[in-house]
Design a binder for this molecule. Structure first.
Ligand code: AQP
Length: 328
């Protein structure tokens, strides 16, 4: 029988997990669990490259773990752990730093964006972020990496790093394959930029019903539709694009037609969407609420995940140290 391939992916514990993260990555993670050996990490060392509150940080890590478990990541079937609890991640990063040209890092789109967003804190970590991401994946010899489109370029760089390492030190790492999420690039409620915590244009995965509506009510639709009586164009309406992930085929057809003929207005369309988003995320929100009083259980899940992740990471590092000539 074929060996199960190894999947690796990560998420930052920066407070909010939104429906962009869910549709871009987490939903795919859950689908992959039965078919692959899955390793999922809460990548806290990635998150410290921007300003953050160290006192609040442990809670954010726990919060991320709760949302992941509530979404359907079963810790008995997949490894779930916190990146900083396996120090081999940063050890491998140092080694990969030494074979990655600075020019390759400087042309990363995310680096350019982050530089603009954090003009008063352009630190080296923002630049070397993709090397830490490569280390996360390669430490587990990850073969399949389910991510949103914004991470595609980093994955291409990871493959280049693999080729460079293998050529210089001998065959060690597989070239990981990018697997895009169900919706690889969800736009935010501004209808413009990608849905993102830092842009505050998101719906959280555990958003309360009223809050979903408050946010949708003012969200951008077809900009050319000024009055209720104007026909709209669903092809360019960001809100319509959300229906594809939350509404039934029949509803989508009805809304498409109703919008084009001005039979329904944007508020009607948003009400249906709010209802459907709420229905989809209610079980996740409720499971998360149950987990809120079970911090110790969540910690145990994460410690357990660390043990399993460490046993793989240690083997890889032993091999890598031998290959690069620092094992004597
Ligand atoms: N809008 C999105 N559409 C689809 N996928 C997305 N992902 C993120 N935003 C979208 C995917 O979610 C996974 C985890 O991402 P992350 O932890 O790196 O979070 P992020 O991309 O930093 O999320 P934000 O909200 O955009 O954070 P800020 O605002 O802090 O930069 C990844 O697989 C990512 O592709």
């Amino acid at each position: 029988m074929d060996r199960k391939k190894r999947v690796f992916s990560g998420i930052q514990p920066t407070g909010i997990i939104h429906i962009g993260n869910y549709l871009g990555a987490i939903k795919r993670w859950i689908d992959l669990i039965p078919k692959y050996n899955c390793i999922f990490s809460i990548v806290d060392y990635h998150a410290i490259t921007v300003m953050y509150d160290p006192k609040e940080f442990p809670n954010k890590i726990l919060e991320a773990a709760k949302v992941l478990v509530a979404s359907g990541i079963d810790p008995d079937k997949a490894i779930l752990f916190v990146q900083s609890t396996v120090p081999e991640h940063t050890e491998l990063q140092w080694i990969l730093n030494s074979i990655t040209p600075i020019g390759d890092l400087e042309r990363m789109t995310q680096y350019k964006d982050k530089k603009q967003q954090n003009a008063d804190n352009i630190n080296a970590g923002l630049l070397t972020y993709p090397i830490l991401m490569a280390s996360d994946i390669l430490l587990y010899k990850g073969e399949v990496v389910p991510v949103g489109e914004d991470q595609k370029q980093h994955l291409e760089l990871t493959r280049e790093i693999v080729r460079r390492f293998n050529k210089r030190f001998g065959d060690t790492f597989p070239e990981p394959q990018t697997l895009l999420g169900v919706a690889p690039r969800i736009k935010g409620l501004d209808g413009n930029a990608k849905m993102s915590k830092s842009l505050n244009n998101y719906i959280a995965l555990v958003e309360e019903k009223d809050e979903i509506w408050n946010k949708l009510r003012v969200a951008v639709t077809d900009p050319a539709r000024k009055r209720r009586t104007d026909p709209g164009n669903p092809d360019i309406c960001n809100i319509f694009s959300f229906h594809k992930y939350f509404s039934s085929e029949e509803e989508i057809k009805k809304i498409d037609n109703g919008c084009r003929t001005a039979e329904i207005g944007c508020i009607d369309c948003k009400k249906i969407l709010a209802e459907n988003i709420n229905r989809t995320i209610t079980p996740i929100r409720e499971r998360k609420r149950e987990l809120d009083s079970r911090d110790n259980e969540i910690r145990d899940i994460l410690y357990n995940g660390t043990e399993k992740a460490k046993s793989i990471a240690e083997k890889t590092m032993d091999e890598v140290r031998g290959k690069i000539g620092v094992k004597f």
